[in-house]
Structures are given as C-alpha cells and as structure tokens.
Write a protein that binds this ligand. Structure first.
Ligand code: KG4
Length: 343
C-alpha cells in the first residue's frame, strides 16, 4: 500500500501567519491562522514592516499549534511546504527562513509553493473529486487571473488584470466610502441594502470579444469621480447604492469572462479561488450562470478562500510527488508569477 504523505505547511506572505498539516494534498489535520487584521485596520491597509515583526512573534506558536492539533510531532512529517512568493518580501522571509531552519534541522525535504497556486489548490481540499483539467478564476487582493489548469501545477493563463486586482479595487472603493479595511466584506454586506442599477458605472471594453483580461482602474476612477462630484455639489450620497452598483460592475465582468473561458476551453467545470471568492454576489451569479450554461461551479468554503496554510500544504503535495524539492538557498520572490518556478 502507498504510504501517506504528511506535509507541514507554512504561509506568511501578507498579514496572516498560518500553519497546517495536510495528508496527501486533500485531508486537513489542522489549519491554524493567526490574523493581523485588527492591527493593520488602524492604518487602512497592511503595513509591511509591522506584518513582518508580527509574523516573527507568533510563527513558532502557530507551527506548534498546527502539530498539536494534528496530534503529530516533527518526526511524523514527510516534508515542509512553504510559500516563497508572491507577497511582501519581509513577510515571506519570516515563513521561508523558519521553514528552511526546520528542513535543515529535521533533515526533511523543503517544498517551495507559489501562493497563487495555493489558492487554486484550496479547491482540492474542498472538492475531493476535483481533478484537472478545469478553468479557475483566481481573485484576491493582489491577483485577478483566469487560468486553464491542464494538470497539477501546470497553468495556462487565459486572462489577467491589466491594472488593479479585483480585491484591490474593493479595498480602494471601501476606503473612499469610509468603510475601512479590508473593504471586500464591507462592500459585500452594504451592497445587499443598495440598488445595483442605481448608478451605471462603466466597464472596460477591449474591443476584441475573445480577450479575457480584466481592468478595474477605469471603474475605480468612475466611482471616485462620482463621489467627488456629489461632494462638490453638497449632494447626499447613498453609500449602499454606490456599493451595489460598483459590485455589479465588478461581478458582471468576472462572471462573463469565467463563462467565456469555459466555453473557449470546452470544459464544464470552473473552480474559484482567492479572497474575493468569499463574495456573496460572485457566488450567486456564477452559480446562476453556471447552471444556465451546463457548467459546474466550485467554491472553497470561506476559511479556505482567504490566506491559509492548508491550501499551501495541498499545492506542496503535488509539487512533492513530482519531485520538485527546493534547495536550502531558495529565496523569497515577491513578484513570483503564476506557473513560474524559482526553486
Ligand atoms: O486572498 P486574500 O485573502 O489575500 C491575498 O492573497 O490577496 O484576498 C484578500 C482580498 C482583499 O482585497 C479583500 O477585500 C477581498 O479579498 N475580499 C473580498 C471579500 N472577502 C475578502 N472581496 C469581496 N467580497 C468579499 N466578501
């Protein structure tokens, strides 16, 4: 019988310090997340230096917590998986150095994981039957991509954002509306009280209907101009209508391109990944359009949408079985691209 592969995974690319124990890429024995959101809230966004220091303070306890919850010791681990990019360089280095130290001291293989590929892998944990090929919409604070996942760890980029990521647009508009950080969940909630057709915000048009790229900066400027115009005329703003109309523009764009990508690749399943996958309107609309077009729509549960180490453990497993072990001089790569390997 094939032996189980037990991976201890570490994630520290932004403002969550996380560790998890994952078996065979699919079964999560523990998933510990120490979030710094309350600290960064005061500043309206993540302060990189503060994030790195906080990671250093808690990483030892978070890793030990993941082992304790899994009821395992370091001896039971087959490999250590760690995010090495993309992300904030100082934050990445904390997790990476910790993982390197463990790999060296325990004499266990080290697996470098691309954070974005980790988000995609969250779907393997949630949907045990899911196997490539499929289309994946990846929407987070730093990325917006539509990819065709040919095989484990093999991606073809079908579309990407030309400027802001979807989550970034949510955060910027939330700040302009005075809703605070992180903006996505706040706009999602407020939009439920507003009219999505109240204001017609523009959507980027690439002329060629086959282009599956996104652009959110024009939309962002349109919302900011609307808010400034109202303020200059001393007119009252219905924040819920602004949130709902902005959200409709973003979600329509994401949903339309997702369905087009499935048709282009002739696949009947799409998985969604990243923090914006938590959005209720994205979920509702994709399910609706998926049903209309005979496409199965798969979302991870909320805890697996935002940054966590279980998804890194899953991605690390598929790297490990392909023999992609990192050397101990692996460095953090803050701008690592999807599908790119620097190990
Ligand atoms: O994937 P993630 O946790 O971190 C990155 O790797 O970027 O994504 C965070 C992003 C933030 O921009 C946040 O505002 C957005 O995901 N987000 C949402 C929702 N929940 C989180 N955006 C829209 N609706 C939500 N419910």
């Amino acid at each position: 019988m094939k032996k189980d592969v037990v991976i201890l995974a570490i994630e520290s690319s932004c403002d969550e310090t996380a560790a998890a124990v994952v078996v065979n890429g699919r079964e999560v024995l523990s998933n510990i997340i120490s979030s710094q959101i309350d600290i960064h809230k005061k500043f309206g966004g993540v302060v990189p230096e503060v994030a790195s220091r906080k990671h250093i303070e808690v990483i030892g306890a978070v890793v030990q917590g993941a082992l304790d919850e899994a009821k395992l010791s370091f001896d039971d681990i087959d490999a250590i998986g760690v995010t090495y990019g993309p992300g904030l360089v100082g934050a990445l280095l904390v997790g990476l150095q910790y993982a390197k130290g463990l790999a060296y001291a325990l004499n266990k293989p080290l697996i470098g994981v691309n954070h974005i590929e980790g988000h995609v892998s969250a779907n393997f944990i949630q949907h045990k039957e899911l196997e490539p090929p499929f289309v994946c919409l990846i929407v987070s604070g730093g990325n917006s991509n539509i990819v065709y996942m040919k095989d484990y760890g093999e991606f073809e980029i079908l579309g990407q954002t030309r400027d802001d990521a979807a989550g970034e647009a949510y955060d910027k508009i939330a700040r302009a509306l005075g809703l605070g950080y992180p903006g996505g969940p706040k706009i999602d909630k407020l939009a439920k009280e507003g009219n999505p057709d109240a204001i017609k915000f523009p959507r980027a048009n690439f002329h060629d209907n086959d282009i599956l790229d996104f652009s959110f900066s024009g939309l962002k400027s349109a919302v900011l101009n609307y808010l400034n115009g109202k303020a200059m005329k001393n007119e009252e703003i219905n924040k819920a209508d602004v949130a709902a109309s902005f959200q409709k523009a973003v979600i329509d764009f994401l949903v339309d391109n997702s369905i087009k990508a499935c048709k282009l690749k002739k696949v009947d399943k799409i998985a969604i990944a990243g923090g914006v996958a938590a959005n209720s309107s994205l979920r509702d609309n994709l399910f609706k359009e998926g049903e209309k077009n005979g496409i199965k729509v798969l979302f991870p549960e909320l805890i697996l949408c935002t940054d966590n180490a279980a998804m890194i453990g899953s991605a690390a497993y598929y790297e490990f079985v392909k023999g992609r072990v990192a050397s101990l001089d692996i460095n953090a790569v803050p701008n690592l691209k999807l599908g790119e390997r620097r190990i």
